[in-house]
Design a protein around this ligand. Structure first.
Ligand code: COA
Length: 304
């Protein structure tokens, strides 16, 4: 699994590889580096075992472990990986910069690059960080990155602040509006499907209804201004709406039950890989000709 290289004004973050072992052990050689950790990584054997654990990463694509390089020299490590401490395997950020380079804003710069990668390139809804209660420098880094402090708890064996950075709202879909020829029919298919995926009814008026999930809502409306009696997905305009579902089994289950709620399968002969080998999805069409794509999560989370 390859991680993208992230470049900042002063740093280069590239995937950690076996050849970095010695340099990483050196980064951790100052006992101060481990001051807030349960283990003392100034012990080369402990640091080397930590490198082993990082090299063994097999989590979701795009997440993992980077070395932080300054002018070609490894000065630290950063990671973004499913949390072993927080529920649901949410993405957790970590950063470590050698004492000799401290106080120059380098951890902030490196962590910002990893955070942007997680929220923007990977599209994660949130990135979490756990910082020891007394680790003032790290708490300062997180604050400068805009992390929200949402409480504290015992993590990694001691009291840690629980911090989160949420994906920015700007640029995300506010709502999608579908004009439909038959509102009751649309409500039966869209209302059922969106309800199954956790959307709840938001607005209702004689010609329309909407359902909301988080900050986004979907409207179906039988507008009197509609200029054609049917939707044709192969004409210019909306071809389909694609929605995240969950595991592959959940996609299978939803696609099967959708048949009782006004949806029929599309590209059934190529199910579940009609969208490509690495893309597990169900394609459905309702009575009015609207297509929806139900997409499974990627990576290990896709399996039950
Ligand atoms: C924490 C760590 C990453 C900071 O690295 P860094 O490159 O010095 O960080 P930056 O220079 O980007 O920012 C550090 C900030 O903390 C402040 N700071 C440093 N020591 C501090 C202290 N003892 N008390 C209060 N603030 C402190 C700095 O002034 C700076 O804030 P500012 O830019 O607003 O002035 C680094 O010390 C480290 O690797 N420590 C060991 C590993 C670790 O604890 N990692 C974090 C795990 S959650």
């Amino acid at each position: 699994m390859t991680l993208p290289t992230l470049t900042t004004a002063r740093l280069r973050l590239r995937q950690l590889v076996e050849a970095d072992r010695e340099a990483v052990v050196k980064v951790f050689s100052d006992p101060e580096m481990s001051r807030f950790f349960a283990a003392d990584f100034s012990d080369p054997a402990a640091a080397s075992a930590m490198v082993d654990r990082r090299l063994a990463y097999r989590g979701p694509a795009g997440q993992g472990h980077w070395v932080i390089e300054r002018d070609g020299e490894v000065i630290g490590v950063a990671h973004l990986r499913p949390s072993s401490e927080l529920p649901g395997g949410v993405a957790e950020l970590g950063y470590y910069v050698a004492s000799a380079y401290a106080g120059q804003g380098l951890a902030t710069e490196a962590a910002q690059a990893v955070l942007d990668h997680g929220l923007h390139a990977l599209g994660l809804p949130a990135v979490w960080a756990l910082v020891h209660e007394n680790n003032a420098a790290s708490r300062r880094v997180a604050a400068r990155l805009g992390f929200l402090d949402v409480g504290s708890g015992i993590h990694y064996g001691d009291l840690h602040r629980v911090l989160v950075s949420l994906a920015p709202v700007a640029g995300r879909p506010h709502h999608v509006e579908l004009w439909v020829p038959d509102l009751a029919e649309a409500e039966r298919s869209w209302g059922w499907l969106l309800g199954e995926l956790g959307w709840t009814e938001f607005q209702r008026w004689p010609a329309g209804v909407s359902w909301r999930l988080g900050g986004t809502y979907v409207v179906v409306e039988a507008s009197p201004a509609m200029s054609a009696p049917e939707h044709e997905r192969t004409r210019p305009g909306l071809n389909h709406l694609a929605l995240h579902v969950g595991t592959r089994a959940q996609v299978d289950d939803l696609a099967e039950r959708a048949a009782d709620h006004g949806w029929r399968p599309l590209f059934a002969d190529r199910y579940p890989y009609a969208g490509g080998e690495a893309h597990y999805a169900a394609y459905l069409e309702n009575e009015a000709g609207f297509e929806v794509e139900l997409v499974a999560l990627e990576g290990p989370q896709a399996a039950d």
